[in-house]
Design a protein around this ligand. Structure first.
Ligand SMILES: [Zn+2]
Length: 439
């Protein structure tokens, strides 16, 4: 299998080096980070460390000052250019096996014998104002480094071209074509490319970043150990995202079920996805040993004023929760500049404490699946109110049909499910019979 893409730099929003600490397969990285294009990065060791020059978001991950080859360097992404690395001024850089520099193919390629021969390959290249990616898998499309160089020269005549990691570590994703090449091995580092959003696309019009708090090793639990905050947060993420996706809202998640990213990493997921809002999912704890008495739900944003988008979002969610009869704390909208996920996210951000896992009656509710549904429904509805999403929920008719829908249900002519599905011929026959037209 082979995949390639040429991307005009003017379409690039951002280019990131993603460090895959969790050793996740590509599918999970794509689900979490929501890039438009992803490709395997530079070589790494069995100790899960990159070996070629690599700097990601200001952090140097691999460096050898005695060796200063040409590589690619950039700050945000559209500014990507050939540079001698290490390039101390750039926020990001990489080099690996150099194929072409300054428009001239390298006369001799330097690589270790164990990466030679025909195998799967990944490469990134630049020509003028175009950025290109190339990936092929082991098997029929496998290439030697020299053949890869020749192939790129012939097809693109790049100014700069770099061969990245290969073989079973070739991972490649392209959202536009739906291409997903998932190598047998995950990549330690990946180049993630985010494109500028095009206006007016009805699907994926909005992106919401959901942040299930904590992770598997979190100790936060009820005093009797029967309830865990991280499990609740993960479960609620699934419920809320399903409701949002069903209404045409794209969601990204800050973690997978078995990972626990840092707070800054969570913000980075939201920021690089260009999220329209950010919702962090938690439960509260009272500073007591054993069971406490504090009850109810509260929502945090970083600060006032009420008119700020984050507070409008918080109010929209609180209104929906109140309408569902959920018990709220007195003064349920609170502010804190101490919460990293609220301060370092670009999108309007809220953190919801859905109840107290230190209070017995709240824990009983929080464990209950139908209560979780209620919380998820209210959260998703509040988010949709905030975004101005017009598409109704799957089990709700459109506004214009709601009266007739209810009447048809009441009269026993229709069962009141699937309001947006087409009517089949057999269903039409049943309706005619119920209307008494067939007697
Ligand atoms: Zn928490």
């Amino acid at each position: 299998m082979r995949a390639e893409r040429v991307i005009p730099l003017q379409d690039v929003e951002r280019v990131r080096i993603y460090i895959n600490e969790g050793q996740l397969p590509l599918r999970d990285v794509v689900a979490q980070q929501a890039p438009d294009i992803a490709i395997t990065g530079v070589y790494y060791t069995s100790a899960w460390r990159p070996t070629c020059h690599l700097k990601a978001g200001g952090k140097v991950l691999a460096d050898d000052p005695s060796y200063q080859p040409p590589g690619l360097a950039w700050d945000r992404g559209p500014d990507i250019h050939q540079a001698t690395v290490p390039d101390h001024l750039a926020l990001n850089y990489l080099s690996c096996c150099l194929l072409t520099a300054s428009g001239a193919p390298e006369p001799k390629l330097y690589y270790n014998a164990d990466v030679g021969g025909a195998r799967g390959r990944a490469a990134v290249w630049l020509r003028g104002q175009e950025l290109g990616v190339y990936a092929c898998t082991d098997g029929a499309d496998a290439l030697t480094p020299e053949a890869l160089q020749a192939r790129l020269e012939e097809a693109y005549a790049p100014d700069t071209a770099i061969m990245l990691d290969g073989g079973s570590k070739v991972n490649y994703y392209d959202r536009a074509s739906g291409t997903l090449i998932q190598g047998n091995d995950p990549s330690q580092n990946l180049i993630l490319i985010y494109l500028k959003k095009k206006e007016g696309t009805p699907v994926d019009k909005f992106t919401v970043c959901l942040d299930p708090g904590h992770g598997p090793e979190t100790v936060n639990a009820s005093p009797d150990g029967t309830y865990r905050e991280s499990e609740f947060a993960w479960d609620m993420y699934g419920r809320i995202s399903a409701l949002l996706e069903e209404r045409g809202v794209n969601t990204v998640c800050t973690r997978t079920e078995d990972t626990k990213p840092s707070l800054t990493e969570r913000c980075a997921v939201s920021n690089s996805a260009g999220a329209d809002c950010f919702v962090s999912i938690h439960t509260n704890a009272e500073g007591v040993s054993g069971w406490g008495t504090a009850k109810g739900l509260e929502v945090y944003t970083s600060s006032g004023p009420d008119s700020a988008k984050r507070n409008v979002l918080a109010r929209d969610i609180l209104d929906r929760l109140e309408a569902e009869g959920v018990t709220l704390r007195s003064g349920p909208l609170k502010h804190s500049m101490e919460l990293t996920v609220l301060v370092k996210t670009n999108a309007p951000a809220v953190l919801i404490e859905y109840g107290f896992h230190t209070t017995q009656s709240d824990v009983t509710l929080l464990k209950d699946a139908s209560y979780r549904d209620k919380l998820a429904r209210a959260t998703a509805r509040g988010v949709c109110d905030f975004l101005g999403v017009e598409r109704p929920e799957a089990d709700e008719p459109d506004e214009w049909a709601s009266e007739e829908w209810e009447a048809a249900k009441k009269a026993g002519i229709m069962d009141g499910t699937r309001p947006h599905d087409p009517l089949t011929r057999q269903e039409a026959a049943v309706i005619l019979e119920r209307l008494g037209l067939l007697d």
